[in-house]
Structure formats: C-alpha cells, structure tokens
Design a protein around this ligand. Structure first.
Ligand code: NAD
Length: 499
C-alpha cells in the first residue's frame, strides 16, 4: 500500500515531473511517492507566502482565532496518533515505541501549548510614561514576514511544529522544506492545516533536495527568517548566507551529549538510563547521550552491568512493539556510521558490543547497524568529538568530578547532558555543564513548556517553551507625544521655546 503526496503551494496541491520514492529503511518496500520540487517551486512558494502576508488576512486575524485553528490541527493530529505513528515508523524506521508518544503525541501537545501561549501573549503592551519628554510608549509585537522552515528526517513532525506552530501563531507566512528522506508527516500536517481552513499561501510545502532546493530557500531574498534543524555544517552555511540581509535565524544543530554517572548513582538505573539516552530513536537524535562518563573506581562494575543490559536490546522491525532499536534511515547514513567504527578502532578504541552489521532473518533488506559500545575511548578521539547519529555509545572514564565536568564541557557542542547520582550532587554538577538541557537521573524529557536548544555550536535560539513566539516576532516601539507640542522639553535641545 502506498500513497502519493504533492507539493503544497498557495493553497493548491501541485505535482512535478519527478517523484521521490519513499521506501521503508527496514524492508525497502515502497511507502509513498512524493513530488520532487526544484528551485522554481521555491520561488513560487516564497511569492505565494509573501503575497498572502502582504494581503494580510492571516496576520490581521485575531490571535485567539489563529490559536483556535492551530488547536484544531493539534486535535486532528492527536486523533490520528496511531495511524501517523505507524506511517512514521514505516518511513524513517523510528520504532513504534517512540513514534506514538514522541513524534506524534508530543507534536500535538506542542501545537496545543503554542495555541495556549498565543492567547495570552502580549501582542501589544503599554509601557511606563516617558519623562521628562513627556510621551507615552507602546510596544507592538508583529510577524516578521516569510519564514523558511527546514527540517530533518529523524524527528520530522516535532521539528516542524516547533517552527510553524509559533510562526503561524504570530501571523507569519511559512515555506516548509521537509527532508527528502522523510517528508510524509510534515505533508500530513499541511493536509490538516488545509482542511482546517488556513488561508492559501500562509503555509507552503516544497519537498526537495538540500542542495539546491534547501539552499535556495534559506538564501531567498524574500525570506525574512530561517528556522533550521539539522547538521551543524548546514546550520553554519545558513548563518553565512543570512549575513548580507541580516535575516533572522534560529538553528537547532548537532550534539555530543555527555552522560555522567557519579560515584553515588544508582547504577542499575543509570545504566538503563544511559542506554535509553543513547539508543532511543535508533540513536538518530541530536539530544542523544552519546558519551558515557563513568568513575574509574567503578569502571568494571558499571561496564559489566552496561554490557549485560545492552546485549538484551532487540534490533529489528520498527513496527513491532517489542523492538528497541530499528534500522538506519539510509545506506549513506549506515556507511557513515560504519566508517566511524573504523576510525574509532584506528584511534585505539575497543569494541565492547556490536560494531558491525547484523545478519540473519530480517536483516537481508534495509539498512542496519548493531547497537554498539566502544570502550578505551578518550575525549580527543573523533568518535568522542563528532556526531555519529546512530546507536553508538562511547564510554570514557574519569578520576574526579571536576575532571568529569571538564571532559563533558570539552566539546564544540552543547545541546544535552545528563547526570546520575544523589540529587544534591547531580544538581551541583548540572549547574556547571555548558549545555542547553541537562537531565538529572533521566533523559529525553522534552516538554512543550520548556525550551529546547543548545549552547555553542549546537544552535542559536530556542524552540518550544514559554518564549517560543518571541523568535517569530519583531518588536516595534511606538512613542506618542503627551506634551501638546510646544511644551515638549526635548525640543529645547535644538529649539529655544523663548525665541
Ligand atoms: P542535513 O543538515 O544535511 O539536512 C537537514 C535538512 O537541511 C534537510 O531538509 C536537508 O534537505 C536540508 N539541507 C541540506 N543541505 C542544505 C543547504 N545547503 N541549505 C539548506 N538546507 C539544506 O543533515 P543530513 O545530511 O540529513 O544528516 C547529516 C548529519 O547531520 C547527521 O549524521 C547528523 O549528524 C546531523 N543531523 C542532525 C539533526 C538534528 O536534529 N540536529 C538532524 C538530522 C541530521
């Protein structure tokens, strides 16, 4: 059973001369075909978005009505959780254990949350009287214009709603470019916005290759803001592209999350938590905990428990509820991971678990990598510094808490970190980590009311949280004379009222 998806431009579904075939990374079966856009479609989508913005229907719609429409879409998504979760698992191989709750459930909750904060948002505030001029002041928060939203394949729906939820709530127009490997849920979301009555041109979707389609969109002179999730390399190129026009940019990029087990941790819990941190979503998560830092004094005990638990991980069909880890999105990404295995071994790391491609029934088709653990790793090795984006954990040892913190912070990234131990000790360590998110005795806790994003090269700005809408508005200060003209004391700087 497969389905066809079109581009969505100016409220119309549009087919093109060429299609992507979306195939399951577990079975290589055809899941859907998707119209393949090119740069001319980006031009058409940006023109439609700009036209709809200038025409003004959506941005002049009262915020509560915009919020109500977003809420309708959230409810429709929530009602379709099971169906969309299965579609997501078939499309990108994320396991059904995570696609329902995280990919679809959290996306619906995120839209509901943004609708709620949009209702209470201070779209316009009156400030204090301005003396001695005198004047009154108001601050108006208005939409920026055309927003380009560019999203990846690993968690496509959540990374989409993080952007288009607040963008639409604020009255912007959007051109969304899903990843060419996993565009289906963003396109399903567009179907729901269309059905809910979003005016034509306010949301447009162009599925196309990163180069040239994504780059054409992010550099388009008609785009006033780019919101991007993906690799740090592309994030940097978007930032460079945006310099000339001072385009607004938010970036959610890579990570190399350090997960510190303290001396006083509950080891059973910490070991299970470490596997959850690293292997959830097949390890294809920017916030994954990929560097496990353990005290040298307890190395053997922790490693024995970690390897015993890790060897029970079930790799296989992502649609089976019993599966813990599914396939890798593509042959390219699988080969990239396998290359890292060779690099790690050449640099002196030792494979303690996995380290290859599984064989046997169920693995003859698709793209697979065994859940893998490396030991004898030092923080200068590439396997400890670069984002591998697969079910791969590296274990490092430390001698003191200060050293653990130093190793954790010794990275160009700063998205996520975790600490396992007594709450008092773990919290002290958490406060010293250079990271946008720190989880104490848990991991992957993502909630609409809390910000998601990173320090350093992990990004710019935050998604979600109470300030999500701030990233999608311009602030305008309007000052109004309250002097009656001639009494305005400021004029006296150049005009002498006595003359
Ligand atoms: P990517 O950054 O190339 O792709 C992400 C999105 O950007 C896709 O929609 C893609 O089409 C688009 N894109 C690609 N090149 C572009 C350009 N020059 N200008 C504008 N848009 C462009 O990521 P990838 O190739 O899918 O994965 C490579 C690595 O990136 C992964 O191994 C992983 O390390 C990292 N990654 C991180 C995240 C994350 O959530 N932070 C997500 C996906 C990938």
């Amino acid at each position: 059973m497969s389905n066809h998806y079109s581009l969505y431009i100016d409220g119309k579904w549009l087919d093109t001369d060429d299609n992507y075939e979306i195939r399951s990374p577990a079975t290589e079966e055809l899941v859907a075909t998707v119209a393949k856009g090119d740069v001319s479609h980006v031009d058409a989508a940006v023109a439609a978005a700009r036209g709809a913005f200038d025409e003004g229907t959506w941005r002049r719609t009262p915020p509560a009505e915009r919020a109500a429409l977003i809420n309708t879409v959230a409810e429709r998504l929530a009602a379709r959780t099971e169906e969309l979760a299965a579609l997501q698992s078939r499309e990108n191989g994320a396991t059904i254990r995570i696609t329902g709750a995280l990919h679809v459930g959290l996306s619906a909750a995120q839209l509901q949350y943004v609708a709620a904060i949009a209702r209470d948002y201070e779209w316009e505030t009156t400030g204090p009287a301005i003396e001695p001029v005198p004047a009154a002041g108001i601050v108006v928060r208005e939409p920026i214009g055309v927003v380009a939203a560019i999203v990846p394949w690993n968690i496509p729906l959540l990374t989409t709603v993080w952007k288009i939820g607040p963008a639409l709530a604020a009255g912007n127009s959007v051109v969304l470019k899903p990843d060419e490997h996993a565009p289906l849920l963003p396109l399903e979301l567009a179907r729901e916005f269309d059905a809910a009555g979003l005016p034509p041109g306010i949301l447009n979707v162009v599925t196309g290759d990163g180069e040239p389609v994504g780059a054409h969109l992010s550099g388009h002179p008609g785009v006033r803001k780019v919101a991007f999730t993906g690799s740090t390399a592309v994030g940097k190129s978007i930032l460079r592209q945006s310099a000339d026009s001072i385009r607004r940019v938010t970036l959610e990029l890579g990570g190399k999350g350090a997960n510190i087990i303290l001396d006083d941790a509950d080891i059973e819990m910490a070991v299970d938590g470490a596997l959850f941190a690293c292997m959830a979503n097949n390890g294809e998560a920017c916030e994954a905990g990929t560097r496990l830092l353990i005290p040298r004094s307890r190395r053997d005990e922790i490693l024995a428990k970690l390897l015993a638990r890790a060897s029970t991980l079930r790799l296989g069909d992502p649609l089976q509820p019993t599966t813990h880890v599914g396939p890798i999105i593509s042959a390219h990404q699988r080969d990239r991971i396998l290359d890292y295995f060779e690099i790690a071994k050449a640099e002196g790391a030792t494979v303690a678990l996995g380290g290859g491609v599984p064989d046997g029934p169920g693995f003859d088709k698709g793209y697979w990598v065994e859940p893998t653990i490396f030991v004898d790793v030092t923080n200068n090795m590439r396997i400890a510094r670069e984002e591998v984006f697969g079910p791969v954990l590296v274990v490092l040892t430390y001698d003191s808490t200060d050293e653990a913190i130093k190793i954790a912070n010794d990275t160009n990234y700063g998205l996520s970190a975790g600490v396992w131990g007594s709450e008092e000790n773990a919290l002290q360590v958490a406060r010293r980590l250079d990271s946008g998110m720190v989880w104490v005795n848990n991991w992957h806790v993502i909630h609409p009311a809390y910000p998601f994003g990173g320090y350093k090269e992990s990004g710019l700005g935050r998604e979600g949280g109470p300030h999500a809408i701030d990233e999608y508005v311009e602030e305008k200060f309007i000052s109004i004379d309250r002097s009656g003209g001639i009494e305005n004391k400021a004029f006296a700087i150049v005009i002498d009222p006595a003359v």
